[in-house]
Write a protein that binds this ligand. Structure first.
Ligand SMILES: Nc1ncnc2c1ncn2[C@@H]1O[C@H](COP(=O)(O)OP(=O)(O)O)[C@@H](O)[C@H]1O
Ligand SMILES: O=C(O)C[C@@H](O)[C@H](O)C(=O)COP(=O)(O)O
Length: 331
């Protein structure tokens, strides 16, 4: 697999970095948001969701980020604490920033969209001075979301965190997590995410997200292996290309690859799959599982979350994931 070894004996397993937001998921589903009257509030933000997934699976987790100085910020911080996630480096931003909101529209199980309100959000106020090398060195892995690179000073903070992690022997996991609402251009996304990807040990992204990075170097070609080999020539030991309901393919530096299945699900909404997959996949890596099992675990976790109304709240336990795998073991 050619991942650097996870450092043993560290107090934390994974520290997430980036977006701590709120999902407002429509309660009246199968209609456009113009006809929605009520929403259910959940903690959101992909890196938050993945960290919550890892905590749910028993990993010792922490988070580096900023929250707004209001009820939403306190709700998020309390939610993390209630799930055993260390919040010593979750900073209350005092600049008058707000919490990012993700309004989700569920027109049908396969037609979902997210309306994001992200002006003056606290998560992008993260500063390089917030990055604590000793804290990052206390974890086996650092999970960085690409959206943390979308604006300064968060951009510089995230790049500093990656640099610090590499200096500390902390494995860097980069989830491209492209959200167009935050960036000024696709080119900007490709450039900054390429910088982060080149310094990461594990990279996760969808085909379209990798196209943004490929575009920095060549005309996007949609060839997963060719894309993965670019990053495997850099720092990556593992590249995961996610393809929605078509599953995923994982590429390793030694040339091996694995194409993973999906599990049947009564789909409520399509989003949340990637975060659930990532949390369970990373859990497997931390426990030294082979890639196939990591992938299977991730896919089963995703099938549970797409069948749920929420993302964060729905993140499954290992028992729930094993239950899905056992139920469909033969096909
Ligand atoms: N409709 C679905 N039913 C079951 N599993 C799914 C479904 N959509 C995605 N998955 C699983 O979740 C993984 C990640 O989903 P994907 O949609 O590619 O990520 P993202 O949400 O980040 O775009 C897929 O590789 C697959 O294993
Ligand atoms: O990342 C956000 O700000 C929105 C998420 O909280 C939301 O749950 C979602 O889109 C999940 O992302 P996905 O798992 O990549 O589909």
């Amino acid at each position: 697999m050619t991942l650097p070894p996870f450092a043993a004996g560290r107090p934390l397993d994974v520290i997430g970095l980036g977006r701590l937001c709120i999902d407002l998921n429509a309660n009246e589903i199968h209609r456009p948001m113009e006809e929605t009257r009520t929403f259910t509030k959940y903690v959101g933000g992909s890196p938050a969701n993945i960290t919550i997934a890892l905590a749910r699976l028993g990993e010792k987790t922490g988070f580096i980020g900023r929250v707004s100085d209001d009820q939403h910020g306190r709700f998020i911080t309390r939610y993390l604490e209630e799930r055993g996630i260390d919040t010593s480096h979750v900073i209350t931003d005092k600049s008058g920033s707000v919490t990012g909101l993700a309004f989700t529209e569920i027109k049908s199980p396969t037609d979902c969209s997210i309306l994001m309100y992200r002006d003056n959000v606290a998560d992008l106020k993260l500063e390089p001075g917030d990055i604590d090398a000793a804290y990052i060195g206390s974890a086996k892995a650092l999970l960085v979301s690409g959206t943390a690179l979308a604006a300064s000073p968060s951009r510089e903070a995230a790049l500093k965190a990656i640099h610090v992690a590499r200096e500390c022997g902390t494995v860097v996991i980069f989830d491209i997590d492209y959200r167009p609402y935050t960036w000024t251009s696709r080119e900007e996304t490709g450039i900054y995410c390429s910088i982060a990807a080149a310094k990461s040990d594990v990279i996760l992204g969808g085909r379209e997200e990798f196209d943004l990075l490929d575009a920095v170097y060549e005309t996007p070609h949609g060839d997963d292996r060719r894309t993965a080999e670019r990053w495997l020539r850099e720092s990556a030991g593992i590249v995961v290309v996610k393809r929605g309901g078509d599953g995923s393919t994982v590429y390793a530096r030694d040339g091996r690859s694995w194409t993973g299945r999906t599990f049947p699900a009564q789909v409520v909404k399509t989003f949340g799959a990637g975060d659930a997959f990532a949390g369970a996949f990373i859990h497997g890596l931390l426990h030294g599982w082979d890639i196939e099992r990591c992938q299977l675990f991730g896919s089963a976790a995703a099938s549970i979350v797409v069948a749920s109304h929420s993302c964060s709240d729905a993140m499954p336990t290992a028992e729930q994931i094993e239950g899905v795998i056992g139920r469909y073991a033969n096909g």
